[in-house]
Design a protein around this ligand. Structure first.
Ligand SMILES: [Zn+2]
Length: 270
């Protein structure tokens, strides 16, 4: 599932390919996505120029003159460019023809979204208006500590809540908690300010490193066969239940909380 670093990597890869391009025809499969703008509405983009490719949480925002395209990759979405317009791939659901190349979207599980909004409507859009701070931009440790100290929720729930900070999904939440040595189910208000400061720092570090290592896969987003790969981040706990902790060699434990599986070290994380 694409998390914030994957979406940021995708944004960085697409930006130089999209900015300055003129949009042509939109075409789509007949399958439903979680949310999809009508073809009629998407056709209104034709003739406009891409000004910027931005990101808010896990949404990609493509600024096109007075309009904006919002893309969410859902669980299995992939955006990529191709020079020509060969036959549609299996699970390919839409294409936006450009004056150079073609932006394409593939999504086997179809949880992705594609929306077009007026540029002035973007900030107040229902998908975006309740989002908390961006972890790599404007997220302050003091705000995080204040929020934690007033919450009785398990810390993992709190850091995965987009109102606390946006874009921290299951993988990076598990990794950051491990590195900060905080048990995922520990009640937020019971954790010391010192430990919360460390956790805040660790979340930012884990996400930044993932974005940096994603840079090397940028070329994968541009291919004619449409197979962009996500980078293999060095994960210390996620997906490693039962294997030895990298710190103490105890077998890592796993539990399901709020419907999400989490892996942790029962000895290192308190
Ligand atoms: Zn351990």
């Amino acid at each position: 599932m694409p998390e914030l670093p994957e979406v940021e990597t995708c944004r960085r890869a697409l930006e130089p390919l999209l900015v300055g391009r003129r949009i042509g025809q939109y075409s789509a499969s007949d399958k439903a996505l979680r949310l999809r703008e009508s073809a009629e509405s998407m056709a209104k983009l034709a003739g406009s120029t891409v000004l910027a490719v931005r990101r808010r949480s896990k949404y990609l925002l493509i600024d096109c003159d007075e309009q904006q395209v919002i893309v969410h990759l859902g669980m299995t979405g992939q955006l990529f460019m191709s020079e020509h317009s060969p036959a549609w791939l299996k699970h390919e659901h839409w294409r936006l023809q450009l004056d150079q190349g073609c932006l394409r979207y593939r999504d086997p599980r179809r949880f992705g979204m594609l929306l077009r909004v007026g540029r002035d409507d973007l900030a107040g859009h229902r998908l975006l208006k309740h989002l908390g701070p961006e972890p790599l931009e404007d997220w302050q440790a003091n705000d995080f500590i204040r929020l934690c100290k007033s919450s009785n929720k398990p810390i993992k729930h709190l850091i995965m809540d987009a109102k606390t900070v946006c874009g921290v999904g299951n993988i990076y939440a598990a990794e950051a908690l491990f590195r900060a040595r905080v048990h995922p189910l520990r009640r937020a208000r019971l954790i010391s300010a010192k430990r919360l400061t460390l956790l805040h720092h660790t979340i930012i570090e884990v996400l930044s490193r993932a974005v940096e290592s994603g840079g090397s896969t940028v070329k994968d987003f541009v291919s004619s066969d449409g197979a962009p790969g996500y980078f293999a981040q060095q994960l210390q706990v996620y997906g490693r239940a039962g294997q030895a902790c990298v710190n103490c060699e105890t077998a890592l434990k796993s539990l399901v909380s709020a419907g999400r599986r989490t892996v942790f070290c029962g000895s290192c994380q308190r």
